[in-house]
Each structure stands twice: as C-alpha cells, then as structure tokens.
Design a protein around this ligand. Sequence first.
Ligand SMILES: [Zn+2]
Length: 295
Amino acid sequence: MILLEIDRQVHLALPDSVFYRAAEACLRVMNISSPCSLSLTLADDSGIRHINKTWRNTDKVTDVLSFPSLPVTPDALFHEQDEKTQQAWDSETGAFFLGDIIINVHQASKQATDYQHALFREMTYLFVHGMFHLLGYDHINKEDKTTMRNQEEKALQMAFETKVSDEELLQAAREARAFAHTPYSHYKVGAALLCTDGTLYTGCNVENASYGLTNCAERTAVFKAISEGNKTFEAVAIAADQTAPWPCGACRQVMTEFAPKMRVLITWGENNVEKTTLDALLPHGFLGFEEDQHG
Ligand SMILES: [Zn+2]
C-alpha cells in the first residue's frame, strides 16, 4: 500500500493514478508489503532550482530530485530489526515515510520531446527513478548505476503492463481540460487517448480568433500520438463541464482512420459518464479510395 501526498505547483494533465501505479510497481519489484508514504512535488524550472539551491546547495535546474528519509541500503530496508526503518514510521498516516520526490514538469516535457515519447512515459520514468533513490539505490559508481537501472526497468515494465482503468482515463481527460484555449466559446474540453501499449496522450480544444481554425481536444490528443509514432488506439475519454461532449463529426472521422472500433467514453457535470464505441457513433466511416479494402 502506498500513500502519496501530491503538491501540484504547476498544472500537469495527468491524474494522480499515474504515480500510484508507478509507486506500487516499485514496491512490488522490491517485495515490500509494508505500508509506505511519500510526498511528491510537481514543480517548474524555478521551483526545482530553488529547492536544489536550498537543500543541496546547487543553484541549478534539474529534472528530478529525491530526499530519502531512510538513509539505508536497499537490502537493510524494512528488516524488522532495522532501527532506521522503524524511525520512519508515521503513526498519523499508518505508513513508513520514504521521503520526498520533486519532479520538474517543464524539464520532463522537454525531455519527452527529445526522446520522442509521451510526457506520460517521461513522468513515469522520472518518478520511478526518484522512487528507487528513496528505496536506497544510487548511481555514483557504474555497478550501482546498472543495478538501479535494472530495478527501474522492471518497475517500468510492470507499471505500463497494468491496464489503465476507465475511471483513470476519465480522470486524465478531466485534468487535460485545464489547458483548453477557449476565449470565444468558454467551452473547455479535455481528452485522454489510451494506446494499446498503455501510453496515454492528453489533449484540449484550441480555439482561434478566426473561429474556423479551432481544433478539438480529441484530435489534439490523436495528433500528439501520431506525431510520436503511436498509431494503435484502444479508447478515448472526453471531458467537459456542463453538457455531454460527444465527439464532433470531424473527430469521429479522424479517429476512424486509426481505430474504427475503439471505445469512446464521455464525462460531464457531476460525474455523468457514458460509454460507447466509435463504430456506433460513426457507422460506415470513410476508409479510403480502394473499392474492396477488406476483400
Ligand atoms: Zn471534434
């Protein structure tokens, strides 16, 4: 069991569940069954620089920082007689406090672009890296680095294998709504696209002064995925405030190109949810000029 206290100093269009999933995977890799807690801060360049300067005397921007509360090696951790482990017990939360992780969301976003993968992947990787530091790993010498990297790989695989639930996908869409650029309609929409490899891409609607150039949240998410090489979609969740955000005709056709049978989930207002499939929303979608495509 893991408890996370998350301080979102900057907005991130990913739900808390992304970090819960990754934290649980790390604990499983370590065979830790004791209840644990940690604090996670999502910061920007200046926020992480300030923390780095204050606590590490390093006046630099970085991607991730971690401050373990248990100064022990991984194999001593959670041994019943280990005194240091016992000191980390927090009777208020009923869990062992592992320490603090600070992730720079802006740097993560730059790195995701450089490595050509989703922000979801980069954030998960940075969190897992911080998590293993809290669990006593280090990468000062080459051997330690390899050991830590192996643990990270196992945890990442486990985290990405776990299926994203419908509720998580809906929550990701709700989070993505905050970025919507809607000075004209004020109708904010967020979308979260789930690929078959477990990767999530989020999107929001982007309006334009010309009105006609507006792009919907679903298409923003789809184009993000395609532009990063991911074309196999499983489901899309779409969130709006007041009325049911069924995808418009343009989005239905664009999504049909890649996954005609994908699941479509919408949510609005106080937790109203409806679920269907794309082929129910767009029967006989246009699939190309070939006369007999499936013949
Ligand atoms: Zn649309």
